[in-house]
Design a protein around this ligand. Structure first.
Ligand code: GDP
Ligand code: IMO
Ligand code: MG
Length: 428
């Protein structure tokens, strides 16, 4: 029997809780696979009080006897990856077999420096608020067909040639445009060769590994990074990341065919957050936003920046359902809403006296819209130990049912706390 692919996708602006959902579903998975993004991601997993933050490693690394794959679509920062690995090894928690695609592009030191220099040179209104992890410049080189791939780190001659031409160009940019010091070839070359030696045991044909697993009837879980509204095509361009976090990106970023994808779980936070710049119509800049930030611990797992907080946006969520072909919703952090007298949901965008319910990612439009809210009754009961949907307070159940009705997608998992088992599982 053929195996199947299930995808865990961020439905909003990232940080929905994808890492913890991947970890919580880990028992039923054989292969965990990252398909895009890089160390801009920060996926927090809490198991028995111990906190792990994954940036490049898939969040399945804590499971014994499973395979974790970093696919061709990821941009891999070897320094970050090796640090993450040795930290996990130090804790004795590196339990999965790790496979890294030789075709994944490498984030080089000049990508990070360029990312930071470009961001610093942007005017206030056009800053993206990137994580500074070199993501954009690395994808630029990939699509410009001059990038360095993991396989190049294992080939000293190819590496020398590619690094020379890349660095010549980047150093011109640093010295002539950004008024920055040039980087040294020798230093980076030496560093890159040593990365190659450290990574070599893990490098393999990731697409083949996944497809063999599927041929053996296994279950492959795709772990999205970032979220739908940060997608380079479908998000709030240019305030986006440089990859395709949406479900279709999973096939391209791993070399797995679309017909295997049986389920697409959209991870939806029960309210909404955004980190970095860009429009956020349902942001609450007042006390409730601060309440959500404090209670939800809404500070970036990668950069530590405070996340902007606000209300669930149904206009954007219905769009994310469409773009991803979402078959299930995983609603996280419902417990964070406990204690609010009123829970609001943005149901339309008002602009020039007209209400629209279809999403449009144009930032000039989004910056000018007024959110139209529907109000729900809040609840006070502590729900963090609830494991059965019927045991939730009436008001919380009404909120969940509303989301299902509006999206037409079942809410099959509900997060009531950050621990692995703090979930209500209704139907997988
Ligand atoms: P990711 O990038 O999508 O993996 O999400 P992050 O890890 O950046 O942010 C999600 C945060 O919410 C983490 O600190 C998680 O531990 C936490 N979290 C996830 N699910 C829940 C939940 O259901 N309830 C609570 N209270 N916290 C959660
Ligand atoms: P996870 O996987 C939230 C945001 C940045 C910035 C924009 C571009 O943890 O959900 P980049 O460094 O990618 O060029 O920055 O995207 N961003 C994220 N926001 N969660 C993330 O990842 C993010 N990764 C990037 O803040 O606005
Ligand atoms: Mg995150």
């Amino acid at each position: 029997m053929k195996g199947k692919v299930e995808a865990i996708i961020g439905a909003q602006w990232g940080d929905e809780g994808k890492g913890r959902v991947v970890d919580s579903l880990g028992d039923r998975v054989d292969v965990f696979a990252r398909y895009q993004g890089g160390a801009n991601a920060g996926h927090t997993v809490i198991v028995e009080g111990k906190k792990h933050v994954f940036h490049l490693l898939p969040s399945g690394m804590l499971y014994s006897g499973k395979t974790c794959v970093i696919g061709n679509g990821v941009v891999l920062d070897p320094e970050q990856l090796l640090n993450e690995l040795s930290e996990l090894q130090g804790k004795g928690e590196d339990r999965s077999r790790l496979v890294i695609s030789g075709s994944a592009h490498v984030v080089m030191p000049y990508h990070k420096k360029l990312d930071q220099a470009q961001e610093a040179s942007r005017d206030q209104g056009s800053k993206i608020g990137t994580t500074g992890r070199g993501i954009g410049p690395c994808y630029v080189d990939k699509y410009n067909r001059c990038g360095i791939r993991v396989e190049d780190l294992l080939d000293p001659e190819a590496l020398r040639e590619k690094l020379e031409s890349n660095l010549d160009e980047k150093n011109l940019l640093f010295t002539k445009i950004y008024d920055e010091a040039p980087l040294s070839f020798d230093e980076i070359y030496r560093q890159a060769l040593s990365w190659g030696k450290s990574l070599e045991p893990y490098v393999d044909d990731a697409s083949l590994v996944i497809n063999e697993a599927l041929n053996n009837g296994q279950t492959v879980l795709l772990e999205g990074a970032q979220g739908t509204l940060l997608d380079v095509d479908h998000g709030t361009y240019p305030m986006v990341t440089s990859s395709s976090p949406t479900s279709a990106g999973g096939c391209v970023g791993l070399g797995v065919a679309p017909q295997y994808v049986e389920k697409v779980y959209g991870v939806v936070k029960a309210y909404l957050t955004r980190v970095g710049e860009g429009p956020f119509p349902s942001e609450d800049k007042g006390d409730t936003g601060q309440y959500l930030r404090d209670k939800g611990g809404e500070y970036g797992a990668t950069t530590g920046r405070p996340r902007k907080c606000g209300w669930l946006d149904m206009v954007a969520l219905r769009y994310a359902v469409r773009i991803n072909g979402m078959t299930h919703i995983t609603l996280t952090k419902l417990d964070v809403l406990t204690g609010l007298r009123e829970v609001k949901v943005c149901v339309a965008y008002r602009s020039n006296g007209e209400d629209r319910t279809e999403f449009n990612g144009n930032i000039r439009y989004l910056n000018g819209v007024e959110p139209v809210y529907r109000s729900f009754q809040g609840w006070d009961e502590d729900i963090s130990s609830v494991r059965d949907f019927d045991d939730l307070p009436d008001a919380a159940r009404a909120y969940v049912r509303y989301i299902e009705e509006e999206t037409g997608v079942p809410v099959s998992i509900i997060g009531v706390g950050p621990e692995r088992d703090q979930m209500i599982v209704r139907d997988l």
